[in-house]
Design a binder for this molecule. Sequence first.
Ligand SMILES: [Fe+2]
Length: 289
Amino acid sequence: MVGAVEGAVVVAAKCEWSKLPALGVGLGYRAPFRHSLFPHQSSVDFLEVIADHYFEPSPHRRTELELLHSNFPLIPHGLALSLGSAEGLDSEYLRLYSELVNQLQPAWCSDHIAFTRAGGIDIGHLTPLPKTSASLMVLRENIRRLKDMTDVPVVLENITENIRFPEDQFSDADFLGRVCDENDVGLLLDVTNLFINSVNHRFDPLEVLERLPLDRVIQLHFVGGHIEGDTWVDSHGASTQEEIWQLLGEVVSRFAVRGIILERDEHIPPIEDLIQELDRAREIMRNRS
Ligand SMILES: [Fe+2]
């Protein structure tokens, strides 16, 4: 993406998605494996860092970010842009997020197709949007404001949905496709979230893949979840289950994915176990047809 900076405002040209670099297979960086990461540096192609952890960082956090940045390609992943908030973006959050992104100059930056704030109150959770024209309009305005602040390509993630809205006008695939096309953003397809939604809300995930824009599935997330009763829970707390590996293979065979991230947050095992999962994902990438 080529952009010209005019003061704090960036005028961005359309992104050439096929020209984004292929980053490979990496980890969502988590402090518990900080010390064991570096001996395995050659097995981790890139890191995704939680952007919010490095807003106006403490000296310790600044040093950590510099160390990671000098040893790995980094992708900043925001948690609370709240792009689906009808009241608009939080200006301070937007400033901090875009400052970090502009400082790191990553291959792309990401957040979620969701809202985390309503009526000025932080919900503290990624909350799904109704798949309606009204939601698309809100996303358009908020993504425009984000893109005014950075010329780094924006990639947005599908979330797990614990509720569905009766007023939905679009299927999952059509909604995601419209978000991408209307705003010139890429998709961070969380394969685990797609799998969990497909089981909990009874639809075929392959039908979603058939309808997504071919050139926009830029990055993937994957991790294991767990089952409570007859419901899958997006716990980020287990080894990736076979059903999710299979869906990951389907995704990789269809789309020119540029990067895959394992995002383990709970019950984090020894890093060797995470590396085994990265190796398996890398093998799937290598064997894509
Ligand atoms: Fe994710």
